[in-house]
Design a protein around this ligand. Sequence first.
Ligand code: NIG
Ligand code: FE
Length: 419
Amino acid sequence: MQAGLKTLAVLHASQLVTLSGPQRPRVGAELCNLSIIPDGGMLIRAGAIVATGPSGVIEKQLSSNTKVVDATGRVVLPGFVDAHAHPVFAGSRVDEFEMRARGATYEEIAAGGGGIRSTVRKTRAATEDQLLAEATKHAEWFIRCGTTTVEAKSGYGLSVEDEIKILQVVRRLNKETAIEFVPTFLGAHAIPEDFQSAPNRYVDLIINEMLPRVVDEQLAEFCDAFCERGYFVVEASRKILSAARERGLGIRMHADQLTNGGGAELAAELGAVTADHLEQTEASGIAAMKRAGVQPVLLPGSVYALGKTRYPHAREMIEAGLAVVIATDFNPGSSPTPSMQMILSLAATQMKMTPAEAVTAATINAAYSLKRGDKIGSLEAGKLATFVLYDCEDYRELAYWFGMPKTHSVYVRGERINW
Ligand code: NIG
Ligand code: FE
């Protein structure tokens, strides 16, 4: 062991859930293979994983200055990777939550001036520092849930300056919190009130003014659009996302959430990295995604929280060979949860994914969908030592016990994170 470099060893995990396997997203039966090491150990140096194996083997590699974390009675997993989230916004929509409990629908509330636009009003009124303070609180929630990488969409600004403000907050979050946030530009989240009578002018504003600023200032890696009736129809989404692609951004899409408008097919046509939601997607959309290698990102939390019953066809997607991802869709309207454990539960009970499939979809497959599969999403030599200990002995318990976080401790690049 080289002297002077900080080393850490995790020993005696009841299950070290490594997810080691092929260096690509997992498909079909591969989703079930978590490469679990019972009584597992892991050696870490300078924030990276050096070795994993049975504790007895890892123990032989310890030096006198190795700090040992005893994981007896606990499972250890890679930090969850949340590949679809809207973590920067002001306020809440608890009033709309009550309206839905009283029978109103998400669509009715939006048509009445609420929904995304009500969060836009509050987010525009907030300063960058106020937004940062709220988003820092959200970051802490993610950590408490065992999530260490989070995609961060803009989309509650809908003006040049307010969209830039949100993406600047994401940049600051990356410096000031332990989470890695992956920025996505979502200027095409809704038509703002001031452009209601001329939606095409808003599409032009996105393409001609927002995108150039976002790209010049290197504020986003991906571009997204809410492809939906009343928001951005296929033609408008195609125009915006093609322009983003030409400027070098990867493409993600909100597709087929409320109606089937051909969103999955458009994602395939554009060579999108992901198509997300897909509650209304049928066989032709699934086949198109397969042909184009698009990863579906399924968001059962939004179906649940909106009180709907139609979940995406996860089984058909797995059987078609798609590299399925699951994510929280954390946002104040349709999915107010940062909890990947809750999403694992919904994946199992509502989409009939096995706990193993769900864990793969929330870690290694999600990491590939954010172009980070080489660094995170599994516990393998050479990858970042970003992992979580949970208070349970079997990984399936993460999906089974619901409504209570089982997180014991979180490590990012070999350092324990306090909350
Ligand atoms: O993914 N569908 C569009 N966007 C979010 C909802 C945003 C909101 O209601 O504030 C979603 O569900
Ligand atoms: Fe979303």
